[in-house]
Design a protein around this ligand. Structure first.
Ligand SMILES: Nc1ncnc2c1ncn2[C@@H]1O[C@H](COP(=O)(O)OP(=O)(O)OP(=O)(O)O)[C@@H](O)[C@H]1O
Ligand SMILES: Nc1ncnc2c1ncn2[C@@H]1O[C@H](COP(=O)(O)OP(=O)(O)OP(=O)(O)O)[C@@H](O)[C@H]1O
Ligand SMILES: [Mg+2]
Ligand SMILES: [Mg+2]
Lengths: 168, 151, 151, 168
């Protein structure tokens, strides 16, 4: 499953909907300090099912909803959608008749969560299952966050074995 | 399962022995199991010798050498079992220009079978991208996307 | 002693409230004691609001914003009680060009009363140095010094 | 006390004696990864009396002695000298008749240590006292090692108070 498109709306500093197309090959994301680049990584982690606010630099999951700026009020909901193309055929049988698979996650400030697959409400479990079956799961070696590369060498030997386990 | 762990370890180790000298332009490195008799509990040690230097405790390595060693291990695992995409956030920050060049060269090769998304401040890295996205905050606190398609 | 800690805290805090907006080109920040009644045990909290953004948990700041905030605090303490010299090893690594510029401007000012030794990969930072030392390893494993005096 | 000169010999990757003059103002140290820049910082920490090998990225203090390369044998001793100028007059009374103060530290592979002040053997205590009296001591805010700037924000509030204490 290749990533086709990422849509971020109300998530962290992305107040207005931002849409990233991801063609094949190498995509570079650039910009000054604090402009929102790492927030894009957080958005991808989040829509793939991240349950720990700490892994998104927050204290509570509510922290991912746009909290306002000097000129804008806070928003009441964050939404991220990740659209995959099924053209490489590596998808579970039930998705073979789709040309795209869209995974959407929403969080409301009252704590309500919504998950959708191709715009149809589903459970978190359906989303994590999809990622497991297609091998797209956020493996420890496929998303390296800012400042985390050093942890591999600083970690205890026992803490490193999961890298082999995930590839096994 | 024990057998699969052992097989994967062997594959990743062989790959690591290739990738390290490629990124470091020489030298050698390998992975060692801390307890070969207990594959369910064993830890993973990293033994490193940058080109021309003597084998030493990994902690004595420089900031850039440590980062590049970790990158070599990540790339090795990725080459054994590629993910459909790979997200690297400012992984090139501690690297000098020569190392960034070799790092980007490998990424270009791997991008033939996986999508790579690199967050970077380095102009050298930007130069190897097929697509460039600029994120700006003209209005403070509000991120805006500016796409600069390169090909 | 309690009294001296309180006085120093006040001085550093006032300086921090000046230095932060200078490095960030706006915004505000301050230090807060976690327990004002127990000056011998109290901790130090950092409250930060980058320009145009809302007051938030420090953990949500970007990599570069965190580094620049720490630099602002270090510089504030340094301005209250300067050391004869200051050694900074690749502190500018996560900063973008605009922030590196303001960082170096402050260093130039403080270098009038203290010696600054900066280890850096940044050409921008090299440009503000009075003296430049190049360290090379032509012979692998063996460091050699090449001095390039600039003034 | 201003730093005048640093001499490194046999310390980490500095096999042959290297001499740094430190004029006033800003000095930049540059070079490729692994060439020895941070080793210079370690050398300064070490000659100022650092007792923990961990703070110098080593496991034992012996790790700071040049351990050999593919083309060179290991050395038997590491020596670092830091020369201060007393021209600003901020020195303890007993040094007022000197124009320079030279602090030297040696470590032999058998574990023997030597400390010298102006080439006269002394105790570690004399060195740490000198640094304390002249305010040159390695204060936490005057030497920031590679990768350590992040620790200030990541530290617990109680761990940060030492910054104020050192300036008090
Ligand atoms: N819920 C939120 N609402 C509004 N702004 C937020 C929210 N969460 C985070 N931010 C802001 O997003 C900014 C961080 O963005 P990000 O980490 O993506 O920066 P970056 O582009 O990666 O910068 P750097 O180059 O320094 O790493 C911070 O200034 C933070 O205040
Ligand atoms: N006792 C020793 N004998 C020989 N070499 C040593 C010794 N201790 C450390 N080294 C070598 O010194 C090198 C590290 O140097 P240093 O940390 O100063 O690099 P650097 O110039 O700061 O690089 P970077 O830009 O990556 O931070 C390592 O390659 C290490 O193997
Ligand atoms: Mg970032
Ligand atoms: Mg270094």
């Amino acid at each position: 499953m290749k990533i086709k498109r990422l849509e971020i709306s109300g998530f962290k500093s992305f107040v207005e909907k931002a849409s990233f197309d991801f063609p094949a090959g190498v995509t570079a994301v650039v910009g000054p300090n604090g402009c929102g680049k790492s927030n894009v990584v957080d958005a991808i982690r989040w829509v793939m099912g991240e349950q720990s606010a700490k892994n998104l630099r927050g204290r509570a999951m509510e922290d991912v909803i746009f909290g306002g700026s000097e000129s804008r009020k806070p928003l009441g909901m964050a939404e991220v959608s990740l659209v995959f193309s099924t053209s490489d055929g590596r998808v579970p049988a039930k998705y073979l008749n789709y040309s795209e698979i869209q995974v959407t996650r929403r969080l409301y400030r009252d704590g309500e969560s919504e998950y959708l697959l191709n715009k149809t409400p589903c459970r978190l479990m359906d989303i994590t299952e999809l990622f497991m079956d297609t091998g797209v799961g956020a493996r420890a070696y496929s998303i390296i966050e800012q400042g985390r590369i050093g942890m591999i060498l600083m970690a205890k030997p026992e803490e490193r074995r999961f890298l082999i386990e995930e590839a096994a | 399962t024990r057998k699969r762990f052992a097989e994967t370890f062997e594959l990743v180790n062989e790959k690591f022995k290739e990738v390290f000298p490629r990124l470091f332009c020489g030298g050698k490195a390998e992975l060692k199991l801390t307890n070969e008799d207990d594959l369910l509990e064993t830890g993973l040690d990293i033994v490193v010798q940058p080109p021309g230097k003597k084998l030493q405790n990994v902690s004595l390595l420089s900031g850039g050498e440590k980062a590049l060693t970790a990158v070599a291990l990540i790339f090795s695992i990725f080459l054994i079992k590629p993910s459909p995409f790979c997200l690297l956030d400012e992984v090139d920050a501690p690297l000098d220009d020569a190392n960034i060049g070799r790092f980007n060269e490998m990424i270009r090769e791997m991008s033939l079978f996986s999508q790579f998304i690199l967050i970077t401040h380095s102009k050298t890295t930007m130069a190897v991208a097929d697509t460039l996205y600029g994120v700006t905050m003209e209005e403070p606190g509000v991120s805006k996307l500016v796409s600069v398609k390169l090909n």
